[in-house]
Ligand binder design. Structure first.
Ligand code: FPP
Length: 257
């Protein structure tokens, strides 16, 4: 009943902005940027910015689920983020642990799938166990999927995919198998962390930065981009509506006329 009410409320909010509920992006990806600056403006430690950013993520993920977005992918920790202080890294990892603990209970109820993109093998055993558990629960559901990029870097992802492809296919290539040679885009995509996930329709980067920072380089070939000055902890449902409105105003031609 509550969910039905929420859906009606959001439909109303969507129509307020003249959004077309039939043309929502199926997959939204977000670079959650600006946590540090948000904290600095309040004379707080950077870690407080990440805690606020984790809350924003919760709100935005719930909103995406409620309005019918099928895939939400967030950049939580990049392969380059290890350069940050030990304190900041452990805070981000603890926030992720906390989020996963809480999610395990809610996933069954909300039927939300969860997937982790990146090399998670170097994370703490506790975090790896939580990841394994959430991925196991996810196998039972279809529908809304939240992808968390963790120790993720897109160049590394592409190199890893090329290596895997070469290892697996070298014998097949020698036989010039029609499906595998020459290597086709759709075949190569299966070796990326995002195998089975459609490319993002809309990529959002808050905080005024306008770059991809090693995020979904292959997958973003025809994504639409939305940049905003808003810092991630201040991002909210209204801002997501605005991003969707901009997306709906774009003419996606995929290189055609
Ligand atoms: C970028 O802002 C943000 C990060 C590197 C970390 C993002 C992590 C979280 C939001 C918390 C955990 C996530 C989940 C999914 C529960 P920045 O620190 O680079 O900000 P700045 O550019 O203002 O310094």
């Amino acid at each position: 009943m509550l969910n039905l009410f929420k859906k009606r409320k959001h439909k109303k909010e969507l129509s307020n902005l003249n959004l077309n509920p039939e043309y929502l992006p199926a997959h939204i990806a977000i670079i959650m940027d600006g946590n540090g600056r948000w904290a600095a403006r309040r004379a707080l430690p950077r870690t407080a910015g990440h805690a606020a950013g984790a809350e924003t993520f919760r709100r935005v993920a719930t909103y995406c689920k409620d309005i019918g977005i099928q895939y939400l992918t967030v950049y939580a920790f990049s392969t380059e983020n290890w350069k940050r202080s030990a304190d900041e890294i452990s805070t981000i990892m603890e926030l992720l642990e906390k989020y996963l603990y809480e999610s395990i209970e809610k996933m069954e109820r909300d039927r939300v799938k969860m997937k982790f993109l990146g090399d998670t093998s170097v994370l703490s055993p506790k975090l790896q166990a939580l990841i394994a558990e959430t991925e196991e629960i996810s196998k039972k559901f279809d529908g809304v999927q939240v992808n968390i990029c963790l120790n993720y870097g897109s160049r590394n992802e592409i190199l890893r995919a090329a290596e895997k492809y070469a290892q697996e296919r070298v014998s097949v290539l020698r036989c010039a198998d029609a499906d595998s040679y020459p290597l086709k885009e759709e075949n190569f995509s299966k070796y990326l962390y995002t195998a089975d996930i459609p490319d993002p329709d809309l990529i959002i980067r808050p905080s005024g930065e306008m770059r991809l920072s090693n995020f979904l380089l292959w997958q973003s070939a025809y994504s639409e981009f939305y940049f905003t000055e808003t810092l991630w902890p201040d991002f909210n449902e209204k801002e997501l509506d605005r991003a969707i409105a901009v997306y709906q105003s774009r003419d996606r031609r995929y290189g055609g006329a």
